[in-house]
Structure formats: C-alpha cells, structure tokens
Write a protein that binds this ligand. Structure first.
Ligand code: SIN
Ligand code: CO
Length: 373
C-alpha cells in the first residue's frame, strides 16, 4: 500500500510493524489543511439526543465532575475548564463516516468509532490511560498533549472518571489542526485545550476474553442439541438419600461431554458478535419503501451502499451483517464480499445478483441496512 500523509509518510504496513501496539507516533499535518467536519453548534445538538452517547466533564474549582448525556444545557462557552465528548459521530454524519473509513487499513472488526470532543480553554478529561489504541486528530484550535510510558497505572479513588494517581509525563506536544497523535493501549496521556478546541478520536475495539467467553456460551446455548432425559432403570436402594450418587454423576457427565464446538461455531459466533450493532443504534428504514421490482430496477441503475450504521463482515462461506449470519453459495460470494469490502455495489453488479442475493438486498433495504446509491 502507498505511503500517506495520514501516517506521516509511512505505509500502513510499516506503521503497523513499528508503532501499532508499540509506541506513540506524532504526525504533523496528517490531514493537511484539515477543517472541522461540523460546527460546535451541530455537535452540541448531537449531545442533546438520546440515541447518541455523550458525556460532559467539568473541572471547575479543581473538582472533576461527569454527567452522561443527553445533555440539554451546557456551560457557557466563555467559561473555561469543561469538555463535551460525543461518541459514534460517524453513525450520524457522512463526512465523519468517510474520515473513520480512512483508517480501514485496520480491519472493520477492530475499528470502533469516531468520537468528537469540544473543550473550552483548559478543558480535558484529565491524565488517564485507555485500554485501546487511539488516533487523536486535532480538528480545531490547539491542544497540549503530555504523554508517558509509565507502568504505574493506579487510579485516584472516588473519582467520577479515570484519573491517574501519579501521572509522570515524558513528552509534550502542542497539536494544531490537521496534526494527529497515535497512542498504543495503556499509554498515559493528558490533553488540555489551549483556548477553544475540538479533537477527533479514532477509536478501536478489543473485546475482553471474558466478554467473548460469556457471549460464546450464550450463543452455544441456542445451538446445542442433547436429546433424551435422565433415566435410572438399574437404580439400587441406598442408605444416603441426600447424596448424589456416582452413577447419576457419570451419566450426566457423559451427556455433557457431548457438547462440542467446531471452528465453524466459533466463526459464526464471532461474525455475529462483531457485527452486532451497539445497544443505542437504530436504523432508519425508508419511510415509503419501493416495491421489490422498483428496488431491483433502481439498484440496477444506481447501485446500493451500506448504511453508515451497518457492519458487514465475512469469513469463508459465512457473511455477517448487523448481528445476523448467512451461509453463502460460492457463486454469490464475490458479490457479497465486494459489498462488504467496498461498502457499495455498482448498478451492473446489482443487476447481475442471483435471486437469493436480490431478495436479501431488498430485505436489508427495507430494514434500513442498505440504501440506494
Ligand atoms: C479528548 O478528546 O479530550 C479525550 C481523548 C482521550 O484522551 O482519550
Ligand atoms: Co484517552
């Protein structure tokens, strides 16, 4: 892949080899001449909605305070030391979606969202660390970042947000619009606004193994098949009625030992799990949908694209979209994997789709998962 200003002249391969998960990278003018994708007022409007996650963090009189959204009333923009964080902006805005997708050299299964923070002078979330990698793109105004590779990640007690007990910064940078800072997981950092500023965080997801394990067992509960019922035709009279007998135990153990999972079970689980929309995501189905015939005609002319909110993944003969999985024919594979990778299909591809795929596309259109292009 080619070198890009986004990664400071590095190819994605080189960035991944030398920096990803390893060490910070400051990229001056990653996006030269960058201007904010939305106004402060538009962001404030998003924070007032109940289908968008947001947080207001204030540090007035040296006291940390956090309020979860929806946030109708914000402090005055003339007052210093507060910040507003709005999560998942990419789900609601085309330009934010396009910005996030510039980071698709990292797989969709790992890419999380675009968060926008607005801060007045001195505002920030305090010294902390995150469990995930992050790219911090300065969008408007200036922000001073202090960062450090400290091992002591203990936090202050009784705080409404994560604040490091003993922050020891080793480097300091002032970021201007278009500059970007990459930080690996668990790297201590503190960003403070110098005057009014806006910072965009490109965040990643990394599910914990515990979370995956619990979700996998739930998934398996729906798919195990153990016919029959406990029986003890050879039961002998005993002296200890409260005891669970060894014969009962071994019979049940033999049955439970039949619960097995295959590589295919894991694939289907993982695809469904990683493509599942977050709890507050609601799709926007078309208000007056076209008939299947009109949809096929319009799709065949203009093509279709995945909705901003749609997560579509694939592995082998399985395609996953928004938490559902489909086993696909070899003949349909090329078209569906193109849709997942390119997030769109042109008109000629749509018109060549099989009957099954045409039907699936129509259902996804009715659900608001795909749109006509
Ligand atoms: C911010 O944009 O103020 C917070 C981003 C972060 O430190 O993770
Ligand atoms: Co952070």
């Amino acid at each position: 892949m080619k070198k890009t200003t986004l990664l400071g002249g590095l190819t994605p391969a080189r960035f991944l080899r030398d920096y990803w998960h390893k060490k910070p990278l400051l990229i001056r003018q990653a996006l030269p001449g960058f201007t904010p994708l939305m106004s402060r007022e538009a962001l404030f409007g998003m924070a007032a909605r109940d289908d968008i996650e947001s947080r207001l963090i204030t540090h007035f009189k040296q006291q940390w305070h956090m309020e979860n959204g929806p946030i109708g009333t914000l402090p005055s923009i003339r007052k210093s030391d507060w910040t507003l964080l709005v999560q998942g902006v990419n789900l609601h805005d085309d330009a934010a979606d396009a910005l996030l997708r510039q980071f698709r050299f990292i797989p969709d299964a790992r890419l999380d969202d675009l968060m926008i923070s607005y801060a007045t002078d001195g505002g920030g979330v305090g010294p902390h660390f995150d469990s995930y990698d992050v790219f911090l793109l300065q969008a408007h105004g200036r922000r001073r970042w202090r960062i450090g590779a400290q091992k002591d990640l203990s936090l202050l007690d009784d705080m409404p947000l994560k604040i490091l007990r003993n922050f020891q910064p080793q480097q300091e940078f002032v970021l201007e619009p278009g500059d970007m800072l990459y930080l690996p997981p668990h790297y201590a950092h503190d960003g403070t606004a110098i005057g009014e500023c806006m910072t965009y965080s490109i965040g990643f997801r990394a599910p914990s193994y515990q979370e995956l394990g619990e979700a996998f067992l739930q998934f398996m509960a729906d798919s195990i098949d153990l016919p029959g019922r406990y029986a003890d035709s050879g039961l002998a009279a005993g002296k200890h009625p409260a005891e669970i007998g060894p014969a009962m135990l071994s019979q049940v153990a033999a049955q439970l030992d039949k619960v097995r999972f295959t590589q295919d079970d894991i694939t289907i689980f993982l695809g469904e799990y990683l493509s599942e929309p977050k709890a507050h995501v609601f799709f926007d189905p078309p208000a007056s949908p076209l008939t299947p015939a009109r949809f096929a005609q319009a799709g065949g002319k203009h093509g279709v694209k995945l909705s901003r909110k749609t997560q579509m993944l694939y592995r082998g003969k399985h395609v996953f979209i928004n938490g559902e999985s489909f086993a696909i024919d070899r003949a349909d594979k090329g078209l569906l994997t193109t849709l997942a990778d390119m997030r769109r299909l042109d008109g000629s591809a749509v018109s060549q789709a099989s009957k099954d795929v045409t039907e699936a596309l129509y259902n996804w259109y009715r659900d608001g998962w795909i749109d006509l292009d």
